[in-house]
Design a protein around this ligand. Structure first.
Ligand code: ZN
Length: 347
């Protein structure tokens, strides 16, 4: 009887150990945990690895299926015997397993190459640098579409309506260096009089309609977050500036009556600072977030740098999947369109 009890307890310990072994996150077990879907900062899940278990750290690869799934023995669930219940063995860390060759993952969004502005809207910067490599995407959860707010539907030149469903679609489009009539510049743009940031349309066409039908002060549909740990060091009529080390992030057109921060506040990356709206000091614009990165560079000092690729990388992390860079199919050599005289579109 004693022998049987020991054997049963041993089997129970074996089952417990094997069970514990498959619980290690990312250990290549057969039942990896799904990634948390409510955490915008969650890293992508680890690549699948061989379903090899070695709960005892012996170097054996557990090819014997019996070792992984021992049959239940009669009485094996009796692990409460204080006499015959030995300390369950603590399995050693599973050995590194060779990951399988990386699988092709379907893209979750698409984007035109940096610098490929909408034809006729200006001359872009073919900048390939991710200037802010670790930022959180500035929109917490909603789908986001980087594009021109002037040359698309509902813009000053695009005509039509800003809630047109065609505005809420990929691919993304760089609009740093887009033509402006105001004297704003960046040494990283090929020409002067430019748009110094990236415009981000947010949500869906239906939500655009809802926002339009909501009183200005109550527009709180899409959360805007701090992209880095830092401090809110300036709040203007329609701008919020976040200082983080050698960078300043400038957010524009949020609902200024519903800001979640005050000047001087310290914020962490991902903290909600406000909501997407169209506040522009009385000047008409569309529902969108205008986002700038002003960086202290060795070559130029404090200058506006292209935010586009930093936002591509941040969105890939938020969406836990890659973006697909696609080639422009329309010639960029088409005749440029300039804002009419007297039409002061600055952001
Ligand atoms: Zn803008």
């Amino acid at each position: 009887m004693k022998t049987w009890s020991l054997m049963a307890a041993g089997l129970a310990a074996l089952a417990l150990s094997a069970c514990d072994a498959v619980r290690y996150p990312g250990d290549g077990g057969e039942r990896p945990r799904p990634p948390a879907t409510d955490d915008p900062n969650a890293p992508p899940p680890p690549p699948p690895t061989e379903p090899v278990l070695d709960p005892y750290g012996t170097g054996e690869t557990g090819e014997d299926p019996e070792a992984e799934t021992p049959d239940e023995a009669p009485g094996s669930t009796d692990v409460s015997d204080p006499v015959s219940d030995p300390e369950p063995e603590t399995p050693a860390d599973p050995p590194e397993t060779d990951p399988e060759p990386e699988q092709e993952i379907d893209p979750v969004f698409s984007f035109y190459a940096p610098g490929q502005l909408l034809p006729g809207s200006g001359t872009g910067a073919p900048d390939q640098i991710v200037h802010a490599p670790d930022i959180v995407f500035p929109i917490r959860t909603a789908p986001a579409y980087l594009q021109s707010m002037v040359w698309n539907f509902g813009g000053g030149i695009g005509g039509g309506d800003e809630c047109d469903a065609r505005n809420f679609d990929y691919p993304w489009r760089d609009n740093f260096c887009e033509t402006r009539s105001s004297n704003r510049n960046s040494p990283l743009c090929p020409v002067s009089r430019i748009h110094q940031g990236q415009d981000i349309r947010v949500g869906t066409a239906r939500e655009c309609e809802i926002l339009r039908g909501t009183a200005e002060d109550d527009r709180m549909l899409h959360e805007v977050v701090a992209v880095e740990d830092g401090s809110i060091y300036e709040i203007g009529t329609y701008t919020v500036k976040l200082r983080a080390g050698g960078r300043i992030y400038r957010y524009m057109h949020m609902n200024m009556d519903a800001l979640q921060v005050d000047e001087g506040d310290e914020v962490q990356a991902g903290d909600v600072i406000g909501y997407v709206s169209k506040d522009f000091g009385g000047t008409p614009t569309t529902f969108h977030l205008h986002f700038e990165i002003i960086q202290n560079t060795a070559e130029h000092g404090w200058v506006h740098v292209p935010p586009y690729l930093s936002l591509v990388a941040a969105y890939e992390r938020r969406e836990e999947g890659p973006g697909e860079e696609i080639q422009q199919t329309v010639s960029t050599a088409s005749a440029p369109m300039f804002p009419p005289d007297g039409m002061e579109i600055i952001e």
